[in-house]
Design a protein. Structure first.
Length: 480
């Protein structure tokens, strides 16, 4: 249970800031809000380096890749501005940034089927859909339609997917050489024997172990500290031993010519709203859009509710200002498409600021301003190798995996659908496949058990859409 903070002595004539954010009314002080905002920033600042790693690891249908400078600028700017908006409009201690999991959907599922501009166009459409759902009240129907165990399984599957991406990015897991003529698809390390070789892999292990220790000790900013320390070690090791660039991958840890640089806003506004439907096909693009909405909308709902509860902002089962908060979250998703940062959403790390006493939007304003300040230091992001940052993906994946305990494994109507959702996502390297497999299996089991009415028209319709998606090649052949 969260420890209730006792209001500190406040000025009998509250300041404009105090009145605007209702700081005294919520039992907080300006100093607590400032401290909470700083703590939240430290806890989630890793996203400024991690999001470019994920999006920069993929190429679109034309083979184009986004640069670290473009992605760092987009990530920091969008997180900064939207977190400030959340503070001013939602008046809640909730910080936003590029969502982990949904950014992987954009990078590895959507972008390979179209151009980056078209992929980010779908992200903008996602934000618009979420805004409409938030202000129309339709969200309750959608939330009730999708079975809770399947939503939990989606979170777990994405966690495994993120962890696998981290292991592959660092070179800890590699593709089994085709020359071996084996059916085993992946292995640990390099070469035909699958051994861990080289200093870059050692840096990855060091970074992962350091993060584990810091998290176990509950050190604030554990992930960010682990990335920073490992990057320094990587730079020193690379300078001392002259490691071949190909061993590091896309980013070689070398000191930049300058620390402060101009942000790269070249991705801003580069969107094609409806081009993705022509590039990937109407059915596929619709499924992509649904995946974005499902991942972003439901994850935000869970995070907002849990963090707001910790902050004491839940009254009679309702989050204070929920409508405004959800609207800002939808705008943030669309903003992520407009800037090229991928959908922005509320971060669970906001709870670290709440633990430090944050209760109002002033903490979010502080966090947002700190994100904006990082725009001046974009050259530093170009020196962080995957081996230093990828362990954060493994850690985040593990944290998301912890939700598996909420799945009713003793219920035969959910065990197979949940398992398929979790397993198919990482095994096929596509989140969409896992969602579809889970919904189809769930609907089929309900039919087999004579419980057709329990499926619901929405879930039934979605199951048919996914069935068409999986069989699109056969459908196209019949049409032709």
């Amino acid at each position: 249970m969260t420890q209730q903070l006792q209001p500190e002595r406040t000025d009998p004539d509250p300041s404009i800031v105090d009145r605007f954010f209702r700081i005294g009314i919520r039992g907080s002080t300006i100093s607590r809000e400032l401290r909470g905002g700083l703590t939240t920033f430290v806890a989630m600042a890793y996203i400024v380096m991690l999001n470019p790693l994920i999006l920069g690891s993929s190429a679109d249908a034309t083979g184009a890749q986004l640069t670290s400078e473009q992605l760092t600028t987009a990530t920091a700017a969008t997180a900064g501005v939207m977190t400030i908006v959340m503070g001013l409009v939602g008046n809640a201690p909730l910080a936003l940034a590029s969502g982990l999991g949904v950014n992987a959907v954009v990078a590895f599922t959507i972008a390979p089927a179209m151009t980056w501009a078209q992929a980010f166009g779908l992200v903008v459409l996602e934000g618009i859909v979420i805004i409409v759902l938030a202000v129309s009240g339709i969200r309750e129907k959608i939330i009730n339609a999708i079975p809770a165990p399947l939503k939990t399984a989606l979170t777990v599957g994405i966690g495994l997917y993120i962890a696998l991406i981290g292991l592959v990015s660092a070179g800890f897991v590699t593709r089994k050489p085709d020359a071996a003529e084996t059916t085993v698809p992946v292995q640990m390390g390099q070469g035909t024997e699958g051994h861990l070789v080289g200093l870059p892999i050692a840096i990855f292990c060091l970074s992962l172990l350091l993060m584990l220790v810091l998290l176990a000790r509950k050190v604030p900013g554990a992930i960010l500290i682990g990335i920073a320390v490992s990057t320094v070690v990587a730079i020193a090791a690379n300078a001392a031993f002259g490691i071949a660039p190909k061993q590091w991958g896309t980013i070689v840890p070398e000191l930049p010519d300058h620390v402060i640089g101009s942000p790269d806003f070249s991705m801003f506004g580069q969107v094609d709203l409806f081009g993705g439907f022509a590039a990937a096909g109407g059915i596929a693009a619709t499924v992509f859009l649904f995946t974005l909405v499902l991942s972003g909308f439901f994850d935000a709902m869970g995070t907002i509710t849990s963090v707001s509860s910790e902050a004491g902002l839940v009254k009679n089962g309702k989050v204070e200002g929920m409508g405004r908060i959800l609207a800002v979250d939808g705008v943030a998703a669309a903003a992520g498409g407009l800037t090229g940062a991928s959908p922005n959403t509320v971060f669970l790390e906001s709870a670290t600021g709440v633990a430090e006493g944050a209760r109002t939007g002033l903490a979010s304003v502080v966090t947002g301003l700190l994100f904006c300040a990082t725009l001046l230091f974009t050259p530093l992001a170009a020196v962080v190798p995957a081996q230093a940052a990828a362990p954060a993906l493994v850690i985040v994946g593990a944290l998301m995996m912890s939700q598996v305990r909420h799945i009713p494994w003793d219920d035969p109507e959910y065990v197979i659908p949940a398992f398929l959702t979790i397993a198919v996502i990482p095994f096929t390297y596509m989140i969409t496949n896992g969602i579809g497999a889970g919904l189809i299996a769930y609907a089929l089991i309900k039919v087999a058990r004579g419980k057709v009415r329990e499926i619901g028209w929405l879930v039934g319709g979605l199951a048919l859409v996914f069935a068409a998606y999986f069989g699109i090649e056969g459908i196209e052949a019949l049409v032709e």
